[in-house]
Design a binder for this molecule. Structure first.
Ligand code: OOG
Ligand code: NI
Length: 295
């Protein structure tokens, strides 16, 4: 099971790093600064996926993959304004990333937007995950990077973008990894807080998402997050036109030690603030929105 998971994570990270040049830029700079001696020392706090909440797809379908790989379903989150549901999943061992999966509440959109989305997603007649051998890491990797529906037309993408930037992102990008997340709290002094890490990022020319401020803080003060603005990718649409659209981004997280463990000498993952936070997530979603990418 863990070998399968490693194959899947490796495939996701490889393609993600190819799509998002900021990944290499940041990890190389971390090595140059002496924060780490090699990129594989980076602790991946979590990875995130987006889905369409329609029959045969959505969280109910997607989660089967990671439940089979030993993940456990945790808290539910609701984003009213963005019309999204989400859950996070805890990994089978602390060395693996948590997973954050969201889905568009398609039924909450206008009739017109629903019609556009369904014209694509109705090509999926059966839950595609049910056809997968969930012990086969290579098969899962191929599935996550294969189109589930036809390539969209630019007009449909643009129409969706007006109503839901999330919908437009998923109709083109599908299950491509939306982001991975660098844990900063175990880095050396001077880089181990979100504030100091953001300073480093801006020094090397990284543009940060400033929706609601560059640092998103949970009400309990234990979870601090920031993220880059999504990288633009050149996308070819079904009508033959080419446009620059939002791809994926990188996130950063600082999880503070919980008050009851502050006296401990050796701090492990379980001693830090767990989970996610609706208010933080709501703004992090905007890393792919034109309000950030056009800034
Ligand atoms: C996910 C945004 C939320 C977090 O860590 O709270 C998030 C997305 O953009 O799909 O990543
Ligand atoms: Ni995240």
């Amino acid at each position: 099971m863990e070998n399968t998971l490693e194959v899947v994570l490796e495939g996701l990270m490889r393609r993600y790093a190819e799509r998002v040049p900021d990944v290499k830029k940041i990890t190389s700079a971390m090595v140059e600064e002496g924060m780490i001696s090699s990129p594989n020392e980076i602790e991946n706090d979590h990875v995130a996926f987006r889905t369409m909440g329609v029959p045969h797809l959505g969280i109910a379908s997607f989660e089967k993959i990671f439940l089979a790989l030993g993940y456990e379903k945790r808290d539910y989150f609701y984003f009213e304004g963005k019309k999204l549901n989400a859950y996070w999943f805890s990994p089978p061992a602390p060395k693996y990333p948590r997973i954050f999966v969201s889905e568009l509440r398609v039924k909450d959109l206008s009739e017109e937007a629903q019609k556009i989305i369904k014209s694509y997603t109705s090509e999926v007649k059966q839950d595609p995950v049910d056809l997968l051998d969930l012990k086969d890491g290579k098969a899962i990797d191929a599935f996550l990077h294969q189109p589930l529906w036809r390539t969209p037309d630019w007009a449909d993408y643009e129409r969706l973008l007006k109503e839901s930037e999330y919908a437009a992102w998923v109709i083109y990008n599908r299950y491509y990894l939306n982001h991975y997340t660098i844990s900063v709290h175990n880095l050396p002094e001077g880089y181990n807080s979100i504030q100091s890490f953001n300073d480093f990022l801006e020094r090397i020319g990284i543009k940060l998402n400033d929706a609601g401020g560059k640092i998103k803080v949970s009400p309990d003060g234990g979870l601090l997050q920031s993220s880059t603005v999504a990288e633009m990718i050149s996308a070819t649409f079904a009508d033959g036109s080419e446009h620059m659209i939002s791809g994926s981004y990188v996130e950063f997280a600082e999880r503070k030690v919980l008050p009851e463990f502050q006296h401990l000498k050796e701090i492990k993952r379980e001693h830090r603030r767990e989970g996610f936070e609706t208010g933080n997530a709501d703004k992090i979603f905007e890393s792919t929105f034109t309000s950030q990418t056009n800034r």
